[in-house]
Design a protein. Structure first.
Length: 256
């Protein structure tokens, strides 16, 4: 009932797998000042960690975002046709040549890949030496588990034994805990299965800001002018992010 009450009116009656939902979410991100500032910070964080060079950068799940406006030449992609997206693709079968990409970036996308092993195999194939997988994804903490299981519609199963989950629609299939499972809980198994990828560097972040933004599916709970204030407060409690963070910046490098 609370999710229904807080749901953004533009997408309330649309299914998440409907391409119209992605188009409306693109508008929501642009027109919610607090959320737009959050995405600008996320994008700045990712761009600052791109490896040098002129090889292209691929973004997965670009449909609702605007990273292409900040990075000329970005290969924006989505799983279905959307406006302003250059390539329609499946992350498990990337249509790029061997060692052709400088980086693969994404925000809130990895946990929707039903077979993450297949994507990681493709990342090893397509990334040049020194290339990176950079993502900002949901993370498992005591606080985030409470929020994601009570206020979020996507599955969040930190106890899942497998990395894969049953495929459903292109966006409705998910396990929000998947990034934590692979890059923290099963870190040793990840390194064993993908020795060409470095041990992931993980920075937990944002215990409160995204929740206050309402994300792309709920109403904002704070005005845009207060974004800096909330981020400042989050900076003060950063030592507790291992218990409170809702997201994490994950950096993995191709080291053949």
């Amino acid at each position: 009932m609370l999710r229904r009450l807080l749901a953004h009116p533009w997408t309330r009656d649309l299914h998440v797998d409907d391409p119209r939902t992605t188009a409306l979410r693109r508008r929501i991100i642009r027109e919610k000042p607090f959320l737009r500032r959050l995405y600008l910070e996320w994008y700045s964080t990712l761009l600052a960690r791109l490896p040098p060079g002129s090889a292209p950068v691929l973004e997965l799940g670009s449909g609702a975002g605007f990273l292409a406006e900040l990075l000329p030449g970005l290969i924006s992609s989505e799983v279905f046709h959307c406006s302003d997206v250059r390539v329609v693709l499946d992350a498990r079968q990337l249509p790029f040549g061997r060692r052709s990409l400088r980086a693969i970036v994404m925000t809130d996308v990895f946990h929707h890949v039903a077979n993450p092993e297949a994507f990681l195999v493709e990342a090893v194939r397509t990334l040049r030496p020194g290339g990176r997988i950079l993502m900002i994804e949901p993370w498992v903490t005591a606080w985030s588990h409470l929020v994601y299981t009570r206020l979020h519609s996507e599955p969040f199963r930190s106890d899942a034994s497998d990395w894969s989950f049953p495929p459903s629609g292109p966006l409705s299939g998910a396990n929000g805990a998947l990034p934590w499972i692979i890059f923290a809980r099963d870190r040793a198994a990840f390194h064993c299965e993908f020795p060409a990828l470095s041990a992931p560097t993980v920075h937990p972040l944002m215990p409160v800001a995204y929740l206050l933004s309402g994300g792309v599916s709920m109403r904002s709970l704070s005005p845009g002018w207060a974004y800096g204030l909330w981020r400042g407060l989050e900076g003060l409690i950063a030592p507790l992010n291992h218990r409170l963070a809702m997201f994490a910046l994950i950096n993995v490098q191709h080291v053949p």
